[in-house]
Ligand binder design. Sequence first.
Ligand code: XIL
Length: 339
Amino acid sequence: MLIGAAVRSAQLSETAYAATLTREFNMLEPEDALKWEVVHPERQSFDFSQADQLLDFASRHNMKMRGHTLVWHRQNPKWLTEGSYSSAELTQILEQHIKTVVGHYRGKIFAWDVVNEAFDELHPGELRNTIWRNAATNYEPRASSKPSGSEFEAKSPQLYSYIERCFRWAHEADSQALLFYNDAEAETLNPKSDAIYAMVRDFRQRGVPIDGVGFQMHIAKLQVDVASISANITRFTALGVRVHITEMDVALPVDPSGNASFEDLHRQADIYRQITSACFSHPGCTAIQTWGFTDKYSWIGSHSKKTQGAALLFDRNYQPKPAYQALRNALEAQGGVGR
Ligand code: XIL
């Protein structure tokens, strides 16, 4: 079982940070270091320094490294978002980006979030309006398919043909890497996960190289529909793809000093326990990763304007929280502690 955390390279020099990370986790993922604005700061130049540092740390500590993310609508550099490029140029830029970044880490990054958050939550089943979707005008999928007689008919395979193309490029650059589609709010059975399911099934039927689906699992409301999450994992793994929980955190209301209530910390622990059990009770759900690991460094603070926090397994002093023990107990129940 892979237990991972999103990691910031700037923090690796902090002793408690590095010690906790290596003691408790066997996988890491750069939180931001592989996003375009960091790794591809100018059109003609790439900067792998932060991600290379994380890879070096991971390999010295016998941890696997996941890659995040090759295609996203956020954290893109200005040269890209404010430049004016033709469809053909954007296509060429995207292909070069994917092949360069995946190629740089060939044989080293074992799994990639190839495309992140491409589906739109406001228009169920539709793709988000991004430069990448809009650039993809003239691309024909290699063979058309019509999944017949299903309630989960792919709306229009043509629509997500740009996603297909990204998976094919990534596969060309590293045929051994596991390639994932990653998204938010698709954990349960819902219109968004239905649309992703239709796409993944179509990809599998036509031999598009996809190996997994990532469910982010950012939880902000202290309640989860575990039965629905479990049913969703069941249907995806039945397509022959793996599932990774990729960005779990459970945000709690906090006071101005960042503290959550005793009761909430225990409710949070219960959610970590339930998700861990739900994942690992499916043989095809092979990794749980949290989005950071110490409350000292978590995106939830800035994301919620400091109204929420305390979302992770360790507190700001690297002490394990009830959530840590709950996750560990759930792992032990599945026979999965120890590396
Ligand atoms: C977040 C990072 O944690 C922050 O440091 C950054 O400022 C914004 O992005 N979904 C994702 C992640 O796929 O990449 C996001 O990470 C959180 C939401």
